[in-house]
Design a protein around this ligand. Sequence first.
Ligand code: 3PG
Ligand code: MG
Length: 406
Amino acid sequence: MSHTAGIESLGDLRGKRVLVRSDLNVPLDGTTITDDGRIRASVPTITQLSDAGARVVVTAHLGRPDGSPDPRYSLEPVAARLSELLERPVAFATDTVGASASETVAGLEDGGIAVLENVRFNDGETSKDDSVRGAFADQLAQLADAFVSDGFGVVHRRQASVYEVALRLPSAMGGLVAAEVEVLRRLTEHPERPYVVVLGGSKVSDKLGVIDNLIDKADKLLIGGGMVFTFLKAQGHEVGKSLLEEDQLDTCTRYLSEAADRGVEIVLPTDVVVDTAFPSGDREPQPSVVPASEIPADALGLDIGPESAAAFAAALSDAQTVFWNGPMGVFEVAAFAEGTRAVAQALTEVTSSGGLSVVGGGDSAAAVRQLGFDEAAFGHISTGGGASLEFLEGKELPGIAVLERA
Ligand code: 3PG
Ligand code: MG
């Protein structure tokens, strides 16, 4: 295993400008933060740098604006929340690398903290063109003397503030990324068995790699959430108006047969909570439970049903290692939250009987908090969704590899 240097490796930071890539990508309702978990997770490293006398410059993204400023994705409310959590003032730059950023950074005292506006307001951040990302990274690097990579949720992205900037400044891994990597290694190296993986969330296409890889490693794979309808359809069931990725049907069919060949148990829901429309503010949900094989043509599945929730909990009851990514349903709405609650509850029981339970992904992490679970009842709650999945796939993550290069 290659060694990655921590913050200590950067030496005396007093008076040095340190650029920190955090993942502050939190869910917002207008300008109200509905789950501040990622902001809280970013606090220790920022505090550590500030306490060391560094001038801390935080860069982060929010959502997926397409390379130009969009007020809906401003980090300003996030910077305000960060300041409350840090109990220290936080300056806010209204651009990413422009005049406001330079002035804000120049105005920092030792130990001072600034947040730059959403790094994805600049198309250099996510450009497919290496030289465009490189040119933007040059500008980011000019704002600092050193770089700390602490946004675990983005280490799977080859983006300027994650990857290219680390090639341009003395760089180190922040404590959040280090802690995440340590737990996820336990899942990939010697998971205690039975090892059960629970996948949900909306898109099969996001989860293909991990399913491919886990078919070899896990003992059981439980699938719920929006992605399950593509599996149900692949089994020959009609799914009504449920989320469906037609182009993934063949892949799902292949997974089902590969899993059968290799003795991996794939558990799909046998019943589903449906409604005739996706929940929205002005309409009272009208949930009903139907067999997974009999979803009416005018209905869409919004949660796994009670029989399935019990079956999922039973499948988790003897697990020694569990990785869970993606809610089982539209947990934000009480009528469709029970499947997610049952899985979360089953994970807490794995923890209390001495097993390792890991929750990965912004949505699943937000779900456990929103449903009122104590975070301490889980072995680890990862701040990264895609990043933790790609880690489990065994892929090289650019944002980690770049730190290991030296
Ligand atoms: C996330 O929310 O998963 C991370 O912040 C990464 O965001 P992205 O998927 O838009 O790159
Ligand atoms: Mg994501």
